[in-house]
Write a protein that binds this ligand. Structure first.
Ligand code: MG
Length: 259
């Protein structure tokens, strides 16, 4: 009888430890690598290597940018014009001639998602604003099809500056977390549109220092970009934002360990 009681005590203690661990994870502030972890040897912004390296350091998420070429193909890159090619007006064949600074070919979204599927890291997909809303709607539909095809919806957050793109994603993916990037909507407005939260530039979040609490009171999450120096990283750690998007993920991880 006594030994049964002892076993139960151990089971309950173990469950409490697990529950506490879960709670800590759920409430911990999370590191998002901006364009992957690229500020390290062998990497480059928005490269497959940057995604793999972000995963290898145990970052929570890796952000990357998606464009649609003139002939409707989805590619991963940040700049509208990169190495002499405009992402929107060039064909897929043309942009595929581009090599990133680490020697990789400019990746397709298919390549990015194929690699992402093999990893554990959360994907933070930014769709770039396109030249007209029809092209944006087409791009949104294609991204949604890809995420479904690779069965990655549960591990992907969507971000965009275009409110048109955010709303189009929301219609097609009502259960996916969508964050607006363009700094000009209040937490209250974002809540009314059904988004998961705000993902705003650091100076805007400093000017509106009450927005983090306001967002949390509404059940929204807060991401801030792109925070790189230690003083600013510490400021946003103290603010209690949920995610910090950074080019310095290892430095941020070290600051979070000291918390
Ligand atoms: Mg981006």
């Amino acid at each position: 009888m006594k030994s049964y009681r002892r076993i139960w005590q151990i089971i309950i203690a173990f469950a409490l430890i697990m529950a506490n661990g879960e709670w800590l994870t759920a409430n911990g502030q999370k590191v998002i690598c901006h364009r992957g972890f690229w500020d390290t040897p062998g990497s480059a912004q928005n490269s497959i290597a940057a995604l793999v390296k972000a995963d290898s350091i145990g970052a929570y998420g890796s952000e990357f940018d998606v464009w649609m070429t003139a002939d409707g193909e989805l590619v991963v890159n940040h700049d509208k014009v990169y190495k002499g090619f405009n992402m929107e007006t060039s064909t897929f064949e043309q942009v595929r001639t581009i090599h990133l600074d680490n020697g990789e070919k400019l990746p397709t979204l298919d390549e990015y998602l194929t690699k992402g599927k093999e990893l554990k890291i959360r994907l933070v997909l930014e769709m770039k604003s396109l030249s007209d809303f029809n092209r944006e709607d087409e791009c949104v539909a294609k991204i949604v099809r890809k995420l479904k095809h690779y069965d990655l919806l549960d591990r992907t957050d969507i971000i965009a500056f275009s409110i048109n793109a955010c709303l189009a994603f929301k219609k097609l993916l009502p259960d996916t977390k969508i964050y607006y990037l363009d700094n000009d909507y209040t937490p209250c407005k974002l809540k009314s549109l059904g988004f998961a939260g705000l993902d705003y530039e650091q100076n805007v979040m400093k000017q509106h220092s009450a927005w983090t609490q306001e967002a949390h009171d509404l059940g929204l999450e807060v991401n801030v970009w792109t925070v790189n120096d230690n003083e600013a990283l510490q400021y946003f750690i103290n603010q209690g934002v949920d995610y910090i998007t950074t080019n310095k993920p290892v430095e941020l991880q070290n600051l979070l360990k000291k918390k």
